[in-house]
Ligand binder design. Structure first.
Ligand SMILES: Nc1ncnc2c1ncn2[C@@H]1O[C@H](COP(=O)(O)OP(=O)(O)OP(=O)(O)O)[C@@H](O)[C@H]1O
Length: 368
């Protein structure tokens, strides 16, 4: 379902067209440093290009379809959005709240809390409960119907204590007539069952490379930033479906680019993506079967300052694409990469871990 719907989405959402005029000073920035009357160029692009309407949210077709229906009927269930970072969870509910309450009532009707700062039971008892208790009536402002409830958005609620979640559950039950809740988290497993069972749950998927590429291209067009097509693809490679990461990297690369046109070299410098020839060289050294050569190459690669986690990630993709390796050999290699990744996260020595992984690759290649 999602693939077809995604393919039909316009490549350039309406929001890009609207902000084109405001972004023109950035274009001339490349040659005309005087032209910065408005501090537009300092606005983070993640905010500037945050979806303004639910229909602007890319790739999350299921939740967009449900919310569109809810907005048409001006009613909402309690919601639980979960999934990896930068996939649109916060943007979606903020856009829905703006459409639901309009600019005038948004402040009165919406309470937004970041649970990683305010995670204790007192916040639920004092702030959330008090806000939820107020009853509101349906109104019509500028001809727009505004429903008779408020919305509490609890971001990063997977860092709430269990006691706070239990208190929240009671508030959700008691104030269900006057207040709707939208809980947002990365890990649904950390939310207690009585809460998950009271919410309509939506999993936000990592965005496809294709979609990220299209949106980055649209931002480049809107900001009049020139970019080699390979540079965009290279940028997308390191985002792992995280749109926030993609847009943030693009803005940094655009700011610090060495020439007028963004090149893959600029992207590598900012994102830490490792050039393909470095990865290919490591793979070929494994092929050669020489341990000494491997040890020297790994030392040199680390001296260049490449991050070991990124090396592991790109080696994984490179090995996955190798036809010469059978399934069994790949399975052994990827099992090792998972172990090595865990050890790196725990702070193990980068050189030893990479050698451990690459020796496994060498061993498996010698069997072909
Ligand atoms: N599905 C999407 N469609 C369009 N833009 C998106 C989407 N997802 C993320 N973005 C972009 O990334 C930025 C961050 O998105 P958002 O804060 O909604 O992510 P999130 O899923 O809530 O992340 P986190 O779990 O880290 O809070 C937005 O401002 C927007 O520019």
């Amino acid at each position: 379902m999602s693939k077809k719907a995604v393919a039909k989405k316009p490549v350039v959402p309406a929001m890009f067209a609207k902000s084109a005029a405001s972004s023109s000073p950035t274009k001339s920035a490349e040659g005309n440093k005087e032209n910065h009357t408005k501090p537009d160029r300092l606005v983070p692009w993640v905010e500037k290009y945050r979806p303004k309407k639910v229909s602007d949210v890319a790739y999350q077709d299921e939740v967009v379809a449900v919310l569109t229906k809810c907005l048409a009927g001006s009613d909402f269930p309690n919601l639980l959005f979960y999934g990896p970072p930068g996939t649109g969870k916060t943007s979606t509910i903020l856009a829905a709240a703006h459409e639901l309450f309009g600019p005038q009532l948004f402040r009165d009707r919406v309470m937004e809390l970041n649970s990683s700062d305010e995670r204790g039971i007192n916040v639920i008892r004092e702030k959330v409960k008090k806000f939820a208790q107020f009853s509101v009536v349906a109104t019509r402002t500028d001809g727009v119907y505004c429903p008779p409830f408020k919305l509490v958005i609890l971001d990063e609620c997977d860092s709430m204590t269990k006691a706070a979640q239990a208190a929240l559950r009671r508030t959700m039950e008691r104030e269900s007539k006057t207040t709707r809740f939208c809980l947002i988290c990365n890990y649904i497993s950390r939310i207690i069952d009585p809460i998950t069972s009271r919410c309509a749950k939506f999993r936000f998927k990592p965005l496809s490379n294709n979609i990220i590429e299209q949106r980055l291209q649209a931002i480049c067009n809107n900001e009049n930033v020139q970019c080699e097509p390979e540079a965009i693809s290279e940028l997308v490679k390191c985002t792992e479906g995280d749109m926030r990461k993609a847009v943030t990297f693009l803005q940094s690369v655009a700011r610090f680019r060495t020439n007028e046109t963004i090149s893959t070299k600029d992207v590598h410098e900012i994102t830490g993506v490792i050039p393909d020839n470095v990865i290919e060289n490591l793979y070929q050294v494994c092929h050669s079967g020489s341990y000494e050569k491997l040890a020297t190459t790994v030392k040199n690669v680390l001296l260049e300052g490449y991050a070991s986690h990124q090396l592991l990630l790109q080696l994984h993709d490179h090995i996955l694409a190798q036809m010469a390796l059978g399934n069994e050999q790949k399975a052994v290699i990827f099992e090792k990469s998972a172990v090595v990744d865990g050890c790196l996260l725990d702070g193990a020595d980068e050189y030893l871990q990479l050698m451990d992984f690459l020796c496994t690759v060498m061993h498996q290649l010698c069997r072909t």
